[in-house]
Design a protein around this ligand. Structure first.
Ligand SMILES: CC(C)(COP(=O)(O)OP(=O)(O)OC[C@H]1O[C@@H](n2cnc3c(N)ncnc32)[C@H](O)[C@@H]1OP(=O)(O)O)[C@@H](O)C(=O)NCCC(=O)NCCS
Length: 301
């Protein structure tokens, strides 16, 4: 069984013209066009990093040449490998299939992949709400968490600690939603998290948090870690979507922490799929990094 946890710090990535143009050539045309439509450079960079993380993973870990990889999205937007369907391997039992997922928020893009289980990942940056106070922000978000979860969040201590607990729960919920691929439309009150009593610190991966679905404890595993003091990541691992699949916990390898990749790492096995299109750079270089409010918050940190 294999596990992959990769992170790329897109917040501090300032691509040169040649980097950006090469990256744009190495992703599928429709994704290049989608990325070109973002208003802010921050969003374009994180989406680009996400595509490169996915392709690097499929190429290096699934053994598929870059130029043969065809990624598509489910009707609800979850990326999957559409081609090639059959990965050639030596004779013998077929290895468990890979599941993978991406998240990008704050300063990072992350990828989690695992063999033989369902995977969802979510990264959240602990940030003060932009235009409202913390209590007002919590009031707006009231429906996203259960009464029990709110009691845990609101008794976490200082406002910053409450926000950290809020984003920790948020990442857990989203990681589950992303593993099952439903996206918006899932009633978030149906899932309730019971956090591990062990403190979450940088450089450790916790697996003790439990999830209840419709009030029953579920056989899912949640790996929680901090990429740095402000970025919380949750990886949801669920039983493979097959009748009679084995219980999850005994078959999983020990938890792996996220490895930080550089741009050269991302591009190490990349090969161009399309011709150079200098308009990509012309459009990218005119974009503001982020909305004014986010830039101000960043500058005052
Ligand atoms: C699908 C959804 C979960 C994506 O989450 P997000 O926080 O906006 O964004 P993330 O950065 O974590 O993930 C984005 C990536 O997830 C993947 N993704 C998109 N749709 C997906 C889906 N239905 N399932 C799993 N993964 C999905 C994509 O790779 C996407 O990146 P890309 O478009 O650049 O390829 C989100 O759109 C959604 O529906 N969220 C639920 C909203 C909500 O009420 N949340 C409250 C939680 S407390």
């Amino acid at each position: 069984m294999g596990s992959v946890r990769w992170a790329f710090r897109c917040g501090s990535w300032t691509p040169s013209r040649s980097d950006w143009l090469l990256a744009a050539r190495c992703i599928q045309r429709e994704e290049k066009e989608r990325i070109g439509q973002f208003v802010f450079a921050k969003d374009a960079k994180s989406a680009m990093a996400g595509r490169l993380l996915l392709r690097r993973f499929v190429c290096e870990r699934m053994g598929i040449p870059w130029s043969e990889i065809r990624l598509e999205r489910s009707p609800r937007g979850k990326p999957y490998l559409a081609a090639p369907l059959k990965v050639s391997s030596d004779s013998g039992p077929e290895p468990p299939s890979w599941s993978f997922n991406l998240s990008h928020q704050g300063d990072y893009a992350v990828l989690a992949a695992e063999q033989g289980v369902q995977v969802g990942v979510d990264i959240m940056k602990i940030a003060m709400p932009g235009s409202s106070s913390v209590p007002e922000f919590f009031r707006i978000m009231m429906r996203q968490f259960t009464a029990y979860e709110w009691s845990v969040i609101q008794s976490a201590g200082s406002e910053h600690q409450q926000l950290a607990a809020f984003y920790r729960h948020w990442a857990l919920k989203e990681s589950f939603i992303k593993a099952i691929g439903t996206g918006l439309g899932f009633n978030l009150q149906r899932v309730e998290f019971h956090l591990s009593s062990e403190p979450l610190t940088q450089k450790c991966v916790l697996r003790q948090t439990k999830m209840h679905l419709d009030e029953e404890e579920e056989d899912w595993i949640f790996e929680e870690s901090l990429l740095d003091a402000e970025h919380h990541v949750a990886v949801a691992l669920g039983p493979a979507d097959k009748a009679g699949s084995a219980p999850l916990r005994p078959s999983l390898p020990p938890p792996t922490s996220f490895t930080l990749l550089s741009f050269s790492d991302l591009m190490a096995s990349a090969s161009p799929l399309t011709e150079e299109d200098s308009a990509c750079w012309d459009s990218f270089k005119t974009k503001a990094e982020a909305p004014q409010r986010q830039r101000e918050t960043h500058a005052t940190k």
